[in-house]
Design a protein around this ligand. Sequence first.
Ligand code: SF4
Ligand code: SF4
Length: 436
Amino acid sequence: MAAATHADAFAGLARSAVLDACTSCGECLRACPMAAPAGLADADAAGVTGGVLAILRGQPATPEARRWTEVCSGSGLCIPACPEGVNPRLMLSLARGMLRHAESEAAARQAGTRSFTSMARAVKAFSRLMLDAQTIARIHPPGRPSPAAPADAAPEFVFYTGCNVIRTPHIALVALDILERLEVRYAVAGGPSTCCGVYQMGSGDLEGAGRISGSTLGKLAAHGAPRVLAWCPSCQVQLGEVQLPAHARAAGGDAPFTIAPYFEYLDSRFDELAAMFVHRVEKRVALSERTGMPAVNRAVKRLLGAVPGVEFVELETPRAGLMSVHLSALPAFKTDLLAAELRAAAAAGVTTLATVFHACHREVVRFERETEFEILNVMEIFAASMGIACEDLYKQMTRLADVDAVLAQHAASLAGSGMPMAELRETLVADLFPSR
Ligand code: SF4
Ligand code: SF4
């Protein structure tokens, strides 16, 4: 970035995207599903939003403004509520990062490193247990892309798989297989060495977030494609709403590419895809749905409607968040939302509750043991209709009795992997068998 520091660049984005336009009307807080469970239902909305603006100006945080920045789950319901065209989700993301950065840069750096390392360990553990090297490289291609190809050879887009979808590899592999069927010229980027910077940004390590995202944006741009499709909504928000605008603004130029969700691209190829849904999938399906990406929800429902045999059921149940994991700042609220969704699905008599994103899938699929219906990812339904083979290896692990059974079943993959056993056990338990 041309700004003196990455922190300066984020402050510049806060000025131009939020402070110059926000009137502290409070409509975003009134629309926010996290406000009531966070104890902010009776707070003065204009005062709380004014407190968030104070954080962005580098002034002390009020307790209410701090609370709101801590619990924002990326629901996005605030975005259409803003009469001034501000993106309050960006406002909260910048305020959370800037507040933690201002309190202690060293603590922010440590927290960012801790959460990134924990993610990278889990990615390594699950990918090595479940996949061969060739399949890992298909989802997370190693190395840097070669310099931009001539325009006529450049890919139409880069499919950015992010870091974590590989923990549920069947989802990523079907996503890739669908692109193959669509006969599009595309490149793939992803893996912890191509991270969007969300772990550092959320922890307040603004320099780390700017550095990591800058490296990733450079790698994505090197493919020479005019756009990037993100699988992960967290990457989409982090790169699309925060990092790409911050870097472009600091460099004084336009962003080198646009970024959009993968499912929006599938929606743009709807007719061709619908023609490929040739096998009947006799299921009564509801979505395990979050609110952060409404266009994705619409695209997924439209595609499900084109699968012969699928009867889609809309569930009337409260919803929030970008993915299930983003609700973790309010654990009781998160548990209640999920329980309500499972109850609504049972009451609607569905055969199938379908998750959309990988992180929701990891959290929701465990409940299949307790439900009358199956829990799948939507990609499995599309795969079945298109005749693409896929197998949910992650769900199979959750169905084993304990971590010892997982390790025994995957002993062959473990041999010679060099993964420290204590670290591996800890990673698997945290993911597959968390205490509730
Ligand atoms: S993104 Fe969602 S959780 Fe965050 S402030 Fe907006 S409505 Fe609230
Ligand atoms: S971000 Fe928009 S909705 Fe929220 S206080 Fe500012 S002007 Fe009002």
